[in-house]
Design a protein around this ligand. Structure first.
Ligand code: GLP
Length: 240
């Protein structure tokens, strides 16, 4: 595991973006696993800049997002599809038909999960971008006695709904369920880039990466992956 600590957000964003950009430039038809949340936003902004300047093109890239809320109306600003369009896809030369975000409004959600897994099996992710929740979740794989390998429907923990309430008018509007890629699919990515910012994540990221490997801290399973790069700002790196 390669742990990099950055003194400034600019440096973190530049290195994160250049890791993604090098892959996209060198690998024909690269497949990216993408994440939402505040952690990757600066990296996406840097990718937009590199794309505008012509240093990297996403024309042949395919992408799969980790997760999506269940039940938010299509076009709602807090769907993860809206997030991805706003934060990245609308500003780069990617073909949107090559981007996938689970459909949290599918009539048959079980079927949607199955379809997503079939697409993932065909594609095989080269680089998965990840954030971490305060409780150690990755994607929306919440701490539990058992974890799922594949895409599945999850009931969000109260603490996760509270953490994400800042994006909604009130906690009541935060969906109670989500569709998420499973930990098995995440670990199948050839490379994983975990991005963690802020003092409030210092304890969980330290526990996840140095503590016991346990389903009660889903991110701790990253310790079993052979090719993980962790980008930490100096606040999140406090305990390393
Ligand atoms: C959400 C997402 C996760 C993300 C996490 C952390 O719950 N489903 O994929 O990693 O939040 O978000 P943030 O980066 O805003 O702290």
């Amino acid at each position: 595991m390669n742990l990099l600590t950055f003194q400034t957000n600019e440096e973190l964003n530049q290195i994160g973006a250049s890791i993604i950009a090098s892959l996209v430039q060198t690998k024909q038809n690269a497949v990216l696993g993408l994440a939402t949340g505040s952690s990757p936003i600066g990296i996406y902004q840097e990718l937009i800049r590199l794309n505008e300047k012509g240093y990297v093109s996403f024309k042949n890239v395919r992408s799969f997002n980790l997760d999506e809320y269940v039940g938010l109306p299509a076009g709602h600003p807090e769907t993860y599809l809206s997030f991805m369009n706003k934060q990245l896809f609308d500003h780069i030369d990617i073909n949107k038909e090559n981007t996938r975000v689970p459909n949290g409004n599918a009539e048959n959600l079980e079927q949607e999960c199955k379809l997503y897994d079939e697409m993932l099996a065909d594609a095989s992710i080269d680089l998965q971008v990840l954030g971490i929740g305060h409780n150690g979740h990755i994607g929306f794989n919440e701490p539990d006695q058992n974890l799922h390998g594949g895409t599945h429907i999850v009931t969000l923990k109260e603490e996760t709904r509270q953490a994400n309430a800042r994006f909604f008018d009130s906690i009541d509007e935060v969906p109670k369920q989500a569709v998420t890629m499973g930990v098995g699919s995440i670990l199948k990515a050839k490379m994983i880039m975990l991005v963690v910012r802020g003092a409030d994540k210092a304890d969980i990221v330290h526990r996840a990466l140095t503590g016991p490997i346990t389903t009660e801290v889903p991110a701790s399973l990253l310790q079993t992956h052979p090719n993980v790069v962790v980008l930490l700002d100096k606040e999140a790196a406090k305990y390393f």
